[in-house]
Design a protein around this ligand. Structure first.
Ligand code: 5GP
Length: 189
């Protein structure tokens, strides 16, 4: 019998809500992989090329768009972000669950193309907490932080279109909820 196809799980939510931390923590104890995105934004802090993102110039990114190399892509805060096709299909077919950690426009593009993808929106406990988390990163300018907050409010309004919404009060608690969602999704297939 063929191995069952893995689940494609899209984790979305405002920048600073803790999407990356949550998924990295989940991956420490569960068998799944994280898709590495490409971006045209500048490298930040301790980020590594090929690990956190594939860092490309705007021109390189546009060339890949032309060549249809992205499953989805979006412009966020004046930079491109996209999911390379090469990151997804083989892994799903080999039975691995694949996580995408992306913003909402990209999440909806994925749902259009892959109907059985699972869209999960991560909400911050409050906007004040979100602002504090963005400031604690201390790597962005005030203008960037304000832009990210403005985008966050728009994104939160879109959250009702997701399959599931989880409030990220506590990482372990949010992970337990994700596990329950994925168990029940597996039962359905
Ligand atoms: P950051 O600059 O904080 O790393 O990311 C900004 C936003 O882009 C975050 O919401 C992040 O989840 C999202 N993002 C990261 N990779 C992708 C991607 O491949 N596609 C899309 N659409 N968004 C992404």
């Amino acid at each position: 019998m063929n191995k069952k196809r893995g689940l494609l799980i899209v984790i979305s939510g405002p920048s600073g809500v803790g999407k990356d931390t949550l998924v990295k923590e989940y991956l420490k104890h569960n068998d799944a992989v994280l898709s590495v995105s490409a971006t045209s934004r500048k490298i930040r802090g301790k980020e590594k090329d090929g690990v956190d993102y594939y860092f490309l110039t705007k021109e390189e990114f546009e060339e890949k768009i032309k060549n249809n190399e992205f499953l989805e892509y979006a412009v966020y805060n004046d930079c491109y972000y996209g999911t390379p096709r090469s990151e997804i299909e083989d892994k799903l077919n080999s039975g691995k669950d694949v996580f995408l950690v992306i913003e909402v426009q990209g999440a909806f593009q994925i749902k259009e193309k892959i109907k059985d993808s699972i869209l999960i929106f991560l909400l911050p406990p409050s906007l004040d907490v979100l602002e504090e988390r963005l400031r604690n990163r201390a790597s962005d300018s005030e203008e960037m932080i304000q832009n990210r907050l403005k985008i966050a409010i728009k994104e939160i309004k879109e959250s009702t279109k997701f399959d599931y919404i989880i409030t990220n009060n506590d990482v372990n608690n949010a992970i337990e909820k994700i596990k329950l969602i994925l168990d029940s999704e597996r039962e359905k297939r």
